[in-house]
Design a protein around this ligand. Sequence first.
Ligand code: ADE
Length: 225
Amino acid sequence: MRFDIITVLPKLLDSPFAHSILQRAQNKGLCEIHVHNLRDYAVNKQKSVDDYPYGGGSGMVMQIAPFAACIDQLISERNYDEIIYMTPDGETLNQEIANGLSSGENFIILCGHYKGIDQRIRDIYVTREISIGDYVLSGGELPAAILVDAIVRVIPGVLSDETSALSDSFQDGLLDAPIYTRPVDWNGHKVPDILLSGHEAKITAWRHEQQLIRTKQRRPDLLND
Ligand code: ADE
């Protein structure tokens, strides 16, 4: 799988992809992440990529030309499954969306800044608009990193224990059961006896029951779905 991320702040994306599971996925050759500096595609000497909004109003708008130049270059080199724009007014990311995208091959992700991007970029190029939640961040870089992480961790072979992505919260529409490790007793706070019983079927049943209880308490909307 290949991601091409277009941003004015490429450095912001150095760290999220350089550690842990995302780094291992790249080292194993299961995914490539290419970050493109939008300013390299600016058309004027000042290397500006934004301008004042037509019709007035506060904030700057990212211009179409630099995005178009970068996207045109990429789509001349390979086919892309989706050209995704990270935006608070997109569809809200969830596990189902991440699972669905994980069967794709190539993705372009556009990161907006300032007031947003010229609508014509969305009309002409963007095939999917994704939000990571109902709040506004300063730019699309952190949302892009979150999207890539959510997709990459469910690519088969990325996690060493393949079943562990399947047991994540949300994979079966439920939140995860509580988990414990040593010590058995921390200042009188004990690990539930059932987890020490060695009785696999009973442990599975207990975990499922805990998932239902937790989901009902914290996210009843998931049960209604
Ligand atoms: N850019 C700014 N806020 C965002 C959000 N909540 N989701 C996706 N992209 C964004």
